[in-house]
Design a protein around this ligand. Structure first.
Ligand SMILES: CC(C)(COP(=O)(O)OP(=O)(O)OC[C@H]1O[C@@H](n2cnc3c(N)ncnc32)[C@H](O)[C@@H]1OP(=O)(O)O)[C@@H](O)C(=O)NCCC(=O)NCCS
Length: 255
C-alpha cells in the first residue's frame, strides 16, 4: 500500500471513529426532515420496495409502485416528506444511505361537511435506521403541515393487522382508536361473474392487433404500387425521349 493510500485509509477510519463517537454520545444518528424533491423520487421508490415487502404484507406491496410516488408528489407535495441522513457524503461510503425514511400523506375533505381528514398513506423508515425516531419525526412534521395548511382535526393511518411494529408505532404516536377493516380481493380470471369481461377485452385487443397489421400491409402495398407506377413513368419517358432523338437524327440524315 502506498503512503498516499495509507493516509486516505487513516482519514476514512478517523471519520468513521468520529461518527461512532457521535452516535455513542447522542445515542442516535442525525437526520433532517424536508419536503420530497424531484431528485429523491427514485430513492424513495426503491426504499419503499424494501419496506413494503410482498412476503410480509402483500396488500401494501400491491399498492406500491413508481406511479404512487410520482402521483402523490404531484398532487400532495406539501404532505410528502423525506428524512435525510445529515452525515451522508456522496461517494464516501457505498453502504451509507441518503434518504433514510419518508412519509406520503394526503388530506381528504367530505363535501358538505367542515371536516377534513389527514391520511398517512405511506410511511417507511430505512431498515438500517429503525428505532432511531425517523418515522416519529416524519409523522410529527406531516401532522404539523396537515393542521397548519388545512386545519385538519382527525388523522388516519392504516396497515396490515399483522404489521405489529407499525401498529405499536402508531399507538405510541397516539393513534388509539383502532378499527378492524376487511380487505377482500377477487381474481377476475376465476370469477364467474366477471371473467367474461376479461375474455371480451382480450378478444378486442386481438382484433385491434389484427386490424393494425392489415392497415400496415395496406399502406405498404399502396406504397409499393406508387413506386411501381413511378418506375413505369420513368421508363416510358426515357423511351419517348429516345424515339424523339431517333426521329430527329433521321430527319437530319434525309436533309
Ligand atoms: C413502522 C415503522 C415506520 C417505524 O419506524 P421507526 O423509525 O423505526 O420508528 P421510531 O423509531 O420513530 O419509533 C417510535 C416508537 O414506535 C414504536 N416502535 C417502532 N418500531 C417498533 C418495533 N419494531 N417494535 C416495537 N415498537 C416499535 C416504539 O414505541 C418506538 O419508540 P422507542 O424506540 O422509544 O421505544 C418502520 O418499522 C417501518 O418502516 N416499517 C415498514 C413499513 C411500514 O410498516 N409502514 C407503516 C404502514 S404504511
Amino acid at each position: 500500500m502506498s503512503s498516499k493510500e495509507k493516509r486516505e485509509k487513516d482519514k476514512e477510519r478517523e471519520k468513521e471513529d468520529l461518527k461512532e463517537e457521535k452516535r455513542f454520545f447522542d445515542g442516535k444518528r442525525s437526520f433532517s426532515i424536508r419536503e420530497l424533491e424531484i431528485q429523491d423520487l427514485a430513492e424513495v421508490y426503491n426504499l419503499g420496495e424494501t419496506c413494503f415487502r410482498a412476503d410480509l404484507w402483500p396488500m401494501l406491496y400491491r399498492g406500491w409502485d413508481e406511479y404512487e410516488v410520482t402521483t402523490m408528489f404531484n398532487t400532495d407535495g406539501d404532505y410528502c416528506l423525506v428524512a435525510e441522513n445529515d452525515e451522508f457524503e456522496k461517494g464516501m461510503d457505498p453502504d451509507d444511505e441518503r434518504i433514510v425514511g419518508f412519509v406520503l400523506g394526503t388530506v381528504m375533505s367530505k363535501p358538505g361537511t367542515a371536516w377534513s381528514y389527514g391520511y398517512i398513506v405511506w410511511l417507511c423508515a430505512h431498515p438500517n435506521w429503525q428505532r432511531e425516531g425517523v418515522a416519529s419525526k416524519l409523522i410529527d412534521k406531516v401532522v404539523e403541515a396537515f393542521v397548519e395548511n388545512e386545519g385538519v382535526r382527525i388523522i388516519m393511518a392504516d396497515t396490515d393487522p399483522s404489521n405489529e411494529r407499525a401498529v405499536k408505532f402508531f399507538k405510541k404516536k397516539g393513534f388509539d382508536q383502532e378499527r378492524q377493516h376487511v380487505f377482500l380481493t377477487s381474481n377476475i380470471e376465476n370469477n364467474p361473474l366477471y371473467s367474461n369481461l376479461l375474455h371480451k377485452s382480450r378478444a378486442q385487443a386481438l382484433e385491434e392487433q389484427y386490424l393494425k397489421k392489415i392497415r400496415r400491409l395496406a399502406v405498404g402495398s399502396s406504397g409499393l404500387a406508387a413506386v411501381k407506377n413511378q418506375k413505369r413513368k420513368n421508363v416510358n419517358s426515357k423511351k419517348n425521349a429516345q424515339t424523339a432523338k431517333q426521329k430527329k437524327s433521321k430527319k437530319k440524315k434525309k436533309k
